[in-house]
Design a protein. Structure first.
Length: 161
């Protein structure tokens, strides 16, 4: 009887070992086949997909000014801008709040990380605006709707009705 138990144990171990090796081989073949199919599908998709057009944000059409520097952004990790001489720059929105049931929008824009002597021209949507006091009077579409409070040593505040 002990020889039969040993023979059965050896046969069982051989069967389990063979199944394990066969299962590993089948799994490896499946993984390799799946990888090859995914690589082929990715290559075909890349070849068939249209190439995206990269916009030209360099000088050219806007008077030689790099457009990425003239856009006002809202970011928590914005860099500090140092301005020397006269230049056109976009700012960083550091405060934005609507009040009176969204009738008024208050926005604080920081233009530089230091005191600025003067603002010569202010642009809204790429249009130069004219201020009468703190109110924007031209272009006419902003007349009575936008107030700009310049703080040369602290930035500027935009108040939109």
């Amino acid at each position: 009887m002990p020889q039969a138990v040993v023979a059965a144990a050896v046969a069982t171990a051989a069967t389990v070992g063979t199944a394990y090796v066969a299962g590993t081989a089948i799994t490896a073949a499946y993984v390799a086949t799946t990888f090859a199919v995914n690589v082929a599908i990715s290559a075909a998709a890349s070849a068939l997909a249209p190439k995206p057009k990269i916009p030209n944000i360099g000088g050219g059409g806007n008077g030689g000014i790099d457009q990425s520097k003239t856009i006002t952004t809202r970011a928590s990790n914005s860099t500090r801008k140092l301005i020397y001489g006269s230049t056109r720059v976009g700012g960083t929105i550091v405060f934005l709040e609507a009040t009176d049931n969204d009738e008024y929008l208050h926005m604080v824009v920081v233009m530089a990380a230091h005191e600025v002597n003067q603002f010569t021209t202010i642009y809204l949507n790429e249009e130069a605006v004219t201020l009468t006091g703190n109110s924007v009077t031209t272009p006419a579409k902003y007349d009575g709707l936008v107030d700009i409070y310049l703080r040369p040593n602290r930035g500027w505040l935009i108040h939109i009705h």
